[in-house]
Design a protein around this ligand. Structure first.
Ligand code: NAD
Ligand code: UD1
Length: 329
């Protein structure tokens, strides 16, 4: 298939492009490089020894998107492009609502114009809000605590309505849990600008001595050791989940959790990282981070039953590969 990958120079998009190319698909990436580097495109080619087409364009720019669609005959679109920093979304809500929802609408519009019928969207477990764990796809979505989360809920609704109005349009809404780790080559991975917000990139920077110590946000949650519990998923498993979703896509809207189904606490992750990599991660316990929930993990039975996909890599591989990438950067 010919697949348009928006945000393909980014963290999850680059790993998914590798898996797509290795599965024999043609990949066309569009990315404005607002949160990624051009080198990543070369690294995808280096890993796969395959060619791909790259456009440095903004997917909210209708003329640019129109031109890309008119140059190719796509079988499907995987839409990763978007902003993802929760704190920044609180500070600059319009920047987030605009980029994340307009990009979705523009892409859906040109899919309809050019008869592209398959659309895979990067959603997030954040749409479950404070539902009880494990999160199941059939749950009612609860308000999220920030504009970023709302952009995911709104984009899901937009795509659902487009599919209702266009009966041959096929949409897969993939709700990611907590992607971590890197390609095992260490050539691509997560390289956030500035001080990381998310746990794993913070841990790798502390282990490397680039940051002094990890601050653990709260040890008084109702969890086994009091620290927050999340469903960390290796980014290569997540990437494989996209290819499975794309290859099984049929008209209508399909929602899948992409996680491992297993909750890991902050302390468990820190200890495993230290043990696997033989490094120290100094930490202190501080107060809870506003907007955090105690526990988040997936019910993964639907993806297994319908896509034949399950996450294969464990927490040790996630820690090993995240560290390997940090050491190579
Ligand atoms: P990322 O920032 O590494 O990648 C996003 C890419 O999109 C970047 O390369 C950026 O330059 C590009 N981009 C942003 N706006 C664009 C635009 N208007 N036009 C063209 N390119 C644009 O982020 P990621 O972690 O790879 O996340 C990919 C998607 O998955 C995002 O939609 C994100 O919200 C979603 N998601 C991520 C996580 C996570 O923990 N990383 C969790 C759930 C959902
Ligand atoms: C965060 C976002 C969420 C987004 C997800 C994936 C918030 C409130 N939520 O979720 O919307 O979908 O990232 O991008 O930002 N932790 C520490 N110290 C740190 C960093 C994190 O103790 O320096 C803890 C957190 O309290 C949490 C766990 O580690 O318990 C994971 O945090 P993080 O990696 O930021 O992911 P989420 O909170 O799940």
């Amino acid at each position: 298939m010919h697949i348009l990958v928006t945000g393909g120079a980014g963290y999850i998009g680059s790993h998914t492009s590798v898996v797509l190319l290795e599965a024999g698909h043609e990949v066309i990436i569009v990315d404005n490089l607002s949160n990624s580097k051009i080198e990543t495109i070369d690294r995808i080619k280096q890993i796969t020894k395959k060619e791909l087409i790259f456009y440095q364009e903004d997917v909210t720019d209708e003329a640019a998107v129109d031109a890309i669609f008119s140059n190719h005959s796509f079988d499907g679109v995987i839409h990763f492009a978007g902003f993802k920093a929760v704190g920044e979304s609180v500070e600059f809500p319009l920047k987030y609502y605009y980029n994340n929802t307009v990009s979705t609408m523009v892409l859906a519009k040109y899919c309809l114009k050019y008869g592209v019928k398959q659309f895979v969207f990067s959603s997030s477990a954040t749409v479950y809000g404070e539902n009880d764990v494990p999160f199941v796809e059939t749950m009612e979505l609860l308000p999220t605590t920030n504009p970023y989360g709302e952009t995911k809920v709104i984009s899901e609704r937009i795509l659902t309505d487009v599919a209702k109005a266009n009966r041959d349009f096929a949409v897969s809404l993939l709700r990611y849990f907590n992607p971590v780790g890197a390609h095992e080559s260490g050539l691509i991975g997560e390289d956030p600008r500035g001080i990381p917000n998310n746990l794993m990139p913070y841990i790798t920077k502390v282990a490397k001595g680039k940051l002094e110590k990890l601050r653990i946000f709260g040890n008084d949650y109702p969890t086994p050791d009091g620290t927050g519990v999340r469903d960390y998923i290796h980014v290569m498993d997540l990437a494989e989940g996209h290819v499975a979703a794309l290859e099984k896509l049929t008209p209508g809207v399909h929602v899948y959790n992409l996680g491992t189904g297993r909750g890991i606490s902050v302390l468990e992750l820190v200890k495993t990282f230290e043990e696997v990599n033989g490094v120290k991660v100094p930490y202190e316990i501080v107060g809870r981070r506003p907007g955090d929930i105690a526990e988040s993990y997936a019910d993964v039975s639907k993806a297994k039953a319908e896509l034949g996909w399950t996450a294969k890599r464990g927490i040790r591989e996630m820690c090993r590969d995240a560290w390997r990438y940090e050491c190579g950067v």
